[in-house]
Design a protein around this ligand. Structure first.
Ligand code: HEC
Length: 136
């Protein structure tokens, strides 16, 4: 009897921790972590102010690219991007390396940061689960 009660408490406790993990996604915390990850993995090319470098690295601040579906943005980080493209009316033809070694959480954090900085605004979070689903 005692053992049985112990098991149910254990089951309840683990059900609890799983649901609190899911609910624990915090947009402000994700954006905070994303700033650090952006600094490490993106800033060299896209600059601290997200404005890029004219002619070489396109802006991510107020970029028309950010109006694309979330899947396209995740793909952009996972697969990189190269070849001729136009961002905010300016032509670019460079190489962005694939960064599929980043974790689901790092990619979600970076996108939440980028989508909510320098005048960009998107209240809808990109969660690690969404990134996981977008992986090939
Ligand atoms: C080594 C330099 C480099 C790094 C590091 C880099 N990018 Fe890029 N990024 C580029 C270049 C170059 C392009 C344009 C490629 C082309 O011409 O097709 C680009 C394109 C983009 C685009 C699409 C166009 C736009 O600017 O809206 C986004 C969004 C983007 N990068 C975000 C990121 C994010 C987020 C990271 C960090 C995870 C990152 N990049 C890391 C060089 C880089």
């Amino acid at each position: 009897m005692l053992q049985k009660t112990g098991w149910s408490i254990c089951l309840i406790a683990s059900a609890f921790s799983v649901s609190s993990f899911v609910q624990a996604f915090s947009m402000p915390k994700s954006i905070e972590r994303g700033k650090e990850a952006y600094t490490t993995y993106c800033q060299n090319c896209h600059q601290p102010d997200g404005k890029g470098t004219p002619g070489a690295f396109p802006p991510v601040a107020k970029s028309d690219f950010l109006k694309k579906p979330v899947k396209a943005m995740i793909d952009n980080i996972l697969k990189g991007q190269s070849g001729a493209t136009t961002v905010n009316g300016q032509p670019y033809n460079g190489v962005m390396p694939a960064q599929d070694y980043l974790t689901d959480e790092q990619i979600s954090d970076i996108l939440n940061y980028v989508r909510n900085s320098w005048g960009n605004k998107s209240a809808v979070p990109v969660t690690p689960a969404i990134v996981k689903k977008a992986r090939p």
